[in-house]
Design a protein around this ligand. Structure first.
Ligand code: ADP
Ligand code: MG
Length: 559
């Protein structure tokens, strides 16, 4: 391998030459202890910045093996190191010159601890992946600047993640928190819980666009009747609210914290960083938040458990539409979630079509030709037959009191357990609704996507690009991810794009949607996201989000 000194020398010689000469420095440089690889060298200073890897041997990084001995530990440690690396390179960024000259991008996380492609162990070596805008003035190479950046500043920044340089206690906290999050998740089924919210948790965020905790928030305090104590591996026993399986209603007046609680539960699928306030909100990994999406595409979903048939002789056994309504989109999303193995549905009336949630006695009397069976007539069956819990925020309709196992009343941001009182109210004020009996079991029909649905090409070129968390361009089309509330990081949208392109090339033809999604995620878990697509800015997702993106593909074709 050519040494870093040779790289410095080569770059100095390139000083003043035309930008394309940078291609000469492609490939690996350094030695067995510290390797710098320029995997992709950009063609001009305005193009997408170059892709680099820095690899550190155990002699350099000195990270204790036990901190990366399991998948969860590796994820948490790498997430931690990536944040430190991002901090260390920010000093090296120097934007002199044209285009993206001298800029360094390290894709570190925010509130959540996620699997990311930017940092991984390769055997016992630690690899950091990043992008660098190779410096230029006009289109002339700034060779000396590049030499300083690549052979001096960047290796120095990489060495800052070494065990002797990082805050070791902080690293340990990341790992232990993520591990306990996974551990508590693993306890939920045997405890009969959908989620756990520890006493003292700070749920609200500083604003609608911030991931930071709201200052002076009222700390969460479990109602005594729902309080559980769970063991952890590193934090002793923890006490808080256990949200039981079954049908749970979160109710209360407007602005009392209902949505805030549900959102925290939605995001409890991932571990959070220390100090986030939601570190100890732990949710079943298969809890899925759903909402109505007027206009979404639906392909071949069996809606019959919720919608018998539609005007104009539309059957609903294999329902497809490029433009779903509020109710059909929600019914489709529920059936899709069940198809992917959801164990709990999380719904907020704020975002759900009312006619799929409820129909009261008067509407039952007035509207004879209604083909919708609202969720209120299915939630008990969902739990009884399919073992799927529902957590529903409802402030506006008391009819649900009838079907809830647990009723939580939010009052001044404090949860009260009012199930018994809700039963009394329900008995004293009969709704007069006719309860629709179950019509067969609620069994989703597995669908089998054609792999060509995931074609990432646009003309001759591959085009996969995410715009924030809302939109993902895949080849000729744009997937609307806006309703996937449980995505939390832009890099997850890119991760989805990479996984879909991977499936286009490697998916098992004829496999079910669920099998395909699991195939891609197993490959990512086993070989790393970087093996799916060598981009330094990808983050992991659950099967539910990957499938949800597929379900929204307008090009989706089924076998
Ligand atoms: P709801 O859904 O019941 O109408 P929200 O959950 O939207 O209410 O909360 C209303 C407001 O109260 C939000 O601005 C939120 O940030 C704030 N809030 C929620 N929980 C707390 C809390 N524990 N402490 C302080 N403010 C809170
Ligand atoms: Mg609300």
């Amino acid at each position: 391998m050519r040494t870093l000194d040779q790289l410095a020398h080569t770059l100095a010689q390139l000083d003043g030459r035309g930008y394309p000469s940078y291609k000469q420095v492609s490939g690996p440089w350094g030695d067995a202890d510290l390797m710098l690889a320029l995997d992709h060298v950009q063609g001009d200073p305005f193009a997408t910045p170059s892709r680099l890897r820095v690899r550190l041997s155990p002699a350099i990084h000195e990270l204790p093996r036990e901190l990366y001995a399991t998948a969860t530990r590796r994820m948490a440690l790498c997430d931690f190191l990536l944040r430190r690396f991002a901090g260390a390179v920010s000093g090296a960024t120097d934007r002199h010159g044209s285009g993206k000259s001298g800029e360094i991008w390290v894709d570190a996380g925010d509130a959540e601890i996620l699997l990311r492609s930017g940092c991984a162990f390769v055997g016992d070596d630690l690899e950091l992946r990043l992008r660098v805008g190779l410096p230029a003035q006009g289109r002339r190479i700034l060779g000396r600047r590049a030499a300083r950046l690549l052979t001096d500043e960047l290796p120095a920044a990489a060495r800052r993640v070494a065990w002797s340089h990082v805050d070791q206690a902080a690293a340990q906290r990341f790992v232990e928190l993520a591990e306990d999050h996974a551990y508590v998740q693993s306890l939920l089924p045997e405890r009969g819980l959908v989620a756990f919210v520890r006493d003292g948790a700070l749920l609200p965020r500083a604003s609608g666009v911030s991931s930071r905790p709201l200052r002076n928030a009222v700390p969460f305090e479990s109602p005594p009747s729902l309080r559980v104590t769970l063991p952890t591996l590193h934090h002793g026993d923890v006490t808080g609210m256990g949200l039981p399986v079954g049908v749970t209603l979160i109710t209360g007046g407007g602005f009392h914290g209902k949505t805030t609680l549900l959102e925290a539960i939605c995001h409890g699928i991932d571990p959070h960083v220390p100090g986030d306030g939601r570190e100890w909100v732990v949710t079943s990994p298969d809890a899925v938040e759903l909402r109505s999406e007027d206009g979404r595409s639906v392909v071949g979903v069996d809606l019959r458990p919720f919608i018998a048939d539609l005007p104009g002789d539309h059957g609903t056994e294999r329902f497809s539409t490029p433009d779903a309504s509020g109710s059909t989109s929600l019914a489709a999303s529920i059936m899709e979630a069940l198809e992917l193995g959801a164990t709990a549905l999380l719904l907020d009336e704020d975002g759900c079509a009312t006619n799929l949630l409820i129909r009261d006695a008067r509407m039952q009397a007035l509207v004879a030709r209604e083909t919708i069976t609202p969720l209120i007539d299915r939630v008990r069956q969902l739990h009884g037959q399919a073992g799927v819990s529902t957590v529903l925020v409802v402030g506006g309709s008391g009819d649900y009191l009838e079907v809830a196992d647990t009723v939580i009343l939010m009052q001044d941001y404090r949860p009260l357990e009012v199930t018994a009182r809700a039963r009394e109210v329900a008995a004293a004020h009969p709704t007069g609704r006719a309860v629709l009996p179950p019509r067969g079991e609620i069994v989703p029909t597995p669908r089998h996507p054609r792999l060509r649905s995931f074609d990432p090409r646009r003309g001759q070129r591959t085009k996969v690009r995410a715009r924030g968390l809302r939109e993902l361009q895949l080849g000729e089309q744009t997937i609307d991810l806006g309703a996937l509330e449980q995505l939390c990081d832009d890099s997850q949208a890119r991760g989805i794009g990479a996984l879909l392109s991977w499936l286009h090339a490697h998916g098992r033809a004829g496999a079910s949607l669920r099998a395909l999604v699991d195939q891609a995620l197993e490959a990512a878990q086993e070989h790393g996201l970087y093996a799916i697509d060598p981009l330094p800015e990808l983050a992991g997702v659950r099967r539910h989000e990957l499938a949800a993106a597929i379900n929204r593909l307008r090009s989706l074709e089924l076998e």
